[in-house]
Design a protein around this ligand. Sequence first.
Ligand code: AOS
Ligand code: ZN
Ligand code: ZN
Length: 386
Amino acid sequence: MTTFEQIAPQLEHQAIEVPSWAYGNSGTRFKVFGSPGTPRTVEEKIADAATVNRFTGLAPKVALHIPWDKVEDYSALTDYAREQGVEIGTINSNTFQDDDYKLGGLTHHDPTIRQKAVDHHFECIDIMHATGSQDLKIWLADGSNYPGQADIRARQDWLNESLQKIYERLGEEQRLVLEYKIFEPAFYHMDVPDWGTALVQVQSLGEKAMVCLDTGHHAPSTNIEFIVAQLLRVGKLGSFDFNSRFYADDDLIVGSADPFQLFRILFEVIRGGGYEPDSGVAFMLDQCHNIEKKIPGQIRSVLNVQEMTARALLVDRDALNQAQQAGNVLGAHEVFMDAFYTDVRADLAAWRESRGLPGNPMRAYAESGYQEKIEADRVGGTQMSW
Ligand code: AOS
Ligand code: ZN
Ligand code: ZN
């Protein structure tokens, strides 16, 4: 049996990047609810992200989305983030909210629109230089709604040309991570619908191009941990967008809908070396808090990832391997499930306290007065959406 004491040192380096848009108002196509205390500026979003880190020690970076988080001076924003105790992480591009991109961005049939989308990514890379960000994350809304509407094959070539241009612009230490999604907003075909397409595209670019796996972007019943294993096997898993879902891209709190799936994913990450500090696999959240308070929503999320990581680390890999080699089907399954069913909450609370963190970050935040303060202070101005 592996014990908590044995795995505790491996929890030290865990880092989960939080998305700036989790602190803004969001919703569905039916309604975006406003909520008291919502940031009115990028700085206020960063302050909230830093608060999540202060209470958990788990979230040292905040991802930005351009143009949602556009500012005049990114060096000043980087300094501001550092003063708050966090770094600016991944820069996310956005080619889904401009009328020109109605029929596609990087894959559009018109080369001038494709170039416009490429230029947007060049701007993102400039921002990355100012913020010291490593990753440019590209998620494309590109696709079509009706069979025959678009040349789905030519668009793969146009996508590749566009990505090539972006890739060539990257700095030495920078990476491009390409995210795939099965559907939405396009409903007939997406230009990057699955990990196979993402892999084919990034493999043709080079070493600095990787795949981003968003856990909510698959068909129901997809074995996501298998995709994790395969991408790690070929060295192309660049990052995760963690969230959980009941139906499609629900963007709910990671680990809330299916904690066992999160456990299985994290086990394969660990098994495949993706949890090593220098593995190059970035853990990120991609979530929206439509009805719950946003900061506690984020605290809950990073704690869920930590808790399932601890349980996945508890899998006795030697015993598992022995049982597998012996063809002991139920013995191997039992080793796996023993770890999943281990309640690590009390051990984690004690471990946090030993490091000067609150044992129960949810309660500590609720008692801190931060929520009441932002609700009182942030009146006037315009609350940010996403
Ligand atoms: C969209 O479904 C994707 O998950 C992207 O990662 C997107 O950029 C993010 O959700 C912000 O909307
Ligand atoms: Zn995502
Ligand atoms: Zn998504």
